[in-house]
Design a binder for this molecule. Sequence first.
Ligand SMILES: NC(=O)c1ccc[n+]([C@@H]2O[C@H](COP(=O)([O-])OP(=O)(O)OC[C@H]3O[C@@H](n4cnc5c(N)ncnc54)[C@H](OP(=O)(O)O)[C@@H]3O)[C@@H](O)[C@H]2O)c1
Length: 241
Amino acid sequence: MIGLVTGASQGLGLELVRMGLEKGYQMVAGFLDIPDEDKKLKELKKQYQEQLFMIAMDVTDEEAVNRASQKFKEHFDHLDFIVNNAGVLLESKYDAYDPIKELDIGMFRNTLEVNTVGPAIVLKAFIPYIYAAQGPCIINISSEAGHLGPGGYAYMAYSVSKHAINMYSQKIRNYLAETPGKEHIRLYMVHPGRMQTLMGKENAQISPKESAEGIYKIIEKTMNPMLEVPFINYKGEQMPY
Ligand SMILES: NC(=O)c1ccc[n+]([C@@H]2O[C@H](COP(=O)([O-])OP(=O)(O)OC[C@H]3O[C@@H](n4cnc5c(N)ncnc54)[C@H](OP(=O)(O)O)[C@@H]3O)[C@@H](O)[C@H]2O)c1
């Protein structure tokens, strides 16, 4: 299998790449920025060499993503799975701001750019290779924060971005399901759990490894029971909208 993971330089993205390589898959790792020689993705490259293809890809930069897609095309003719994993959480749970008057519009915009628009840019650029695969799977990493919960206003921008990625995903799912010849393409929005990563360290409950194991079960169709609902967590359990 050939898989693309965005935001692969740390956290869940790095773990998905590492696990895919261990499984013998050809992995394509999209990274934002790897300034230091000793970054973990580079260590994996040394170990796995040709099995790991690294592409610079700021998911908010359509031209950069299109260039990455062209590079991909020089080496591969199809793509079995995409994990749209790159994400940002630019607020802290300790921020007690007035979400109307004190809203940082730049922060709000950046959050939506990365978490919501980014996956759409990546899917648009890589869809020809998904169409060329036998039983492809698209995973858009969402969050429990994206559901229209009962109360609270913490992580406002992040929650909006994750709710929006769910709606985007649902529309694309509908399009695929209703378009002859595309019905076989699976798409899930997945809450990966509260992970011990740079982003999740404040509330962590699980390791990114545990989450990645679950996500591969979804991709490989080995999750049992495999729920036929679009918004699930890394265990395959239905998430509330
Ligand atoms: N951690 C949690 O508890 C949790 C819970 C629910 C959902 N999630 C979601 O799970 C996904 C992975 O989160 P994580 O915990 O692994 O976060 P993380 O450790 O902060 O890693 C996020 C990754 O996204 C990359 N990234 C950020 N902006 C990017 C851009 N514009 N283009 C390309 N890559 C970009 C980062 O690159 P750099 O390393 O260069 O900064 C990093 O590799 C995210 O979508 C997140 O929203 C996480």
